[in-house]
Design a protein around this ligand. Structure first.
Ligand code: HEM
Length: 183
């Protein structure tokens, strides 16, 4: 697949959001949903490239997908800071301290920001071990998403299932590596 095609595909959620936001009853909530779900799905797809490698190697696209996941998380954060909080830092701090799901989101976002900054070739060579923190981001965001709902639905169970599969595969790789080292 061409990189430009993937770039265009990853921009589709933003185009969809721009077209449909005018007709939303509650635009702020709608932007939270579109940007949050897009970021989480792209994050899960980017992490799925590791187990998929056995069938088809698409690892070279992981960086672009990771950056797009961060891009949608950034729009999600800006929606909170600009439209919801209207630049009121006291409100941001109060919400973050009062609502556990918001501070989970803040921690996840800070890690994603760190990963985006250190994703250049030079910095990645130095910080690549730290990029394993992306699995912590996945756990935090799946909890954050579930806590933002009043009732858990199929989507939440699918996110939880994918998280268990991806973490299970990571644990399996870790064990194989450990056994090889022991020999
Ligand atoms: C920067 C820190 C974050 C803040 C302040 C924040 C804030 C929020 C808020 C207020 C909601 C509830 C919206 C509503 O239903 O009224 C929400 C939901 C959500 N957030 Fe975040 N979030 C943050 C980080 C993240 C990150 C990093 C991701 C993804 C990688 C994410 C994904 C989601 C998802 C998927 C939902 C559920 C959307 C829905 O079903 O309506 N959030 N977030």
């Amino acid at each position: 697949m061409k990189r430009s095609l993937l770039f265009f595909v990853l921009l589709l959620p933003l185009l969809y959001l721009l077209i449909s936001v005018q007709s939303a009853n509650d635009p702020i909530k709608y932007i939270f949903t579109c940007t949050g779900i897009s970021s989480l799905i792209i994050l899960i797809l980017s992490l799925s490239l590791t187990p998929l490698k056995k069938i088809i190697n698409l690892i070279k696209y992981r960086r672009m997908m990771g950056l797009f996941s961060f891009f949608y998380a950034l729009l999600h954060f800006l929606n909170f800071y600009i439209l919801d909080a209207q630049f009121d830092v006291t409100f941001v701090l109060k919400e973050t301290l009062d609502k556990p799901f918001i501070y989970l989101g803040m921690i996840a976002f800070s890690i994603l920001l760190f990963m985006a900054i250190t994703s250049t070739r030079k910095l990645f060579a130095k910080f690549n071990k730290w990029h394993k923190l992306v699995y912590i981001v996945l756990i935090l965001v799946v909890i954050h998403e579930a806590m933002a709902q009043k009732v858990l639905g199929n989507l939440e169970f699918m996110f939880i299932f994918m998280t268990i599969v991806l973490l299970g595969y990571r644990a399996f790789l870790f064990r194989v590596k450990w056994l090889k080292k022991k020999k």
